[in-house]
Design a protein around this ligand. Structure first.
Ligand code: SF4
Length: 246
């Protein structure tokens, strides 16, 4: 009987993974691989390699990308932007250029309330490229959290009207408008899941929300050996401000 994925393999050639807290067992995957031979084939594949394990999938997706599918057009266009503008375009510029190259006209923006100033600028950027932008704020529908059974103490401002984020209605509004591409601007974690799940158009994320790190969550990784070492230990995460009230 073959060894199960959880019983086996050392973290081959990946000093970063080997430095992380010891685990008796783990499921080896690309995060445990140091060689990344799949990129240029100039090293070697580890025994747990997902490329080796999914040759059929590689063949099937190759067929998809060489067909006249929508996926093929998306992949080709993304690749063109990488090739033409590598290291020279900001993500904002790349997003607008992607929309233009795809031939889209109607671009939806699913925005967080806290990102509306930036969303206004993004709409101007899209307009400068003759694209039609429609922004939908997360609070659309103005449904009070209390109407959903949320206890008053869970509001940021107890005793006041406080609308819930409504990512499903954001998506439905942009679906009805006929958005051909939707851009996410700072939706909360989880709300973005709901938006992505309900959007009919392809979704690209321009800004992810990080209320602590200025919407730049990668800083937590960059500082994971110093000021944000706690991210590697769930027990050291900030405690709920509601913990005593539960
Ligand atoms: S696909 Fe294979 S070679 Fe590529 S990163 Fe994953 S495990 Fe490493």
């Amino acid at each position: 009987m073959p060894k199960s994925q959880k019983e086996k393999e050392p973290r081959e050639n990946n000093p970063q993974a080997n430095n992380s807290p010891a685990k008796e067992t783990f499921t080896a995957s690309c995060s445990d691989c140091g060689d990344r031979n799949c990129y240029r084939n100039d090293k070697k594949y580890p025994s747990f390699c997902l490329t080796l394990a999914n040759k059929k999938g590689a063949e099937q997706t190759k067929a998809l990308y060489t067909s006249d599918s929508f996926e093929a057009i998306l992949l080709k266009t993304a690749g063109e932007i990488e090739a033409e503008f590598y290291g020279r375009m900001t993500r904002v510029e790349a997003t607008v250029t992607f929309a233009k190259k795809m031939g889209f006209k109607k671009i939806g923006i699913a925005s967080c309330l806290a990102l509306m100033d930036e969303t206004t600028i993004l709409a101007q950027c899209l307009s400068s490229a003759d694209l039609d932008a429609k922004a939908v704020i997360c609070k659309i529908g103005s449904i009070d959290k209390g109407d959903l059974g949320v206890p008053d103490e869970m509001k940021l401002l107890p005793g006041h009207k406080e609308a819930t984020c409504n990512p499903v209605l954001q998506a439905q509004t942009l679906n009805q408008w006929g958005a051909e591409l939707n851009i996410v601007m700072g939706l909360c974690v989880g709300h973005d899941c709901l938006f992505n799940k309900n959007s009919q158009a392809p979704v690209t994320t321009l800004v992810v929300k990080d209320r602590v790190l200025g919407h730049n969550p990668v800083q937590a990784f960059y500082l994971s050996k110093t000021f944000y070492s706690r991210i590697l230990d769930f027990n050291r995460y900030p405690k709920s401000r509601l913990a005593k009230k539960k």
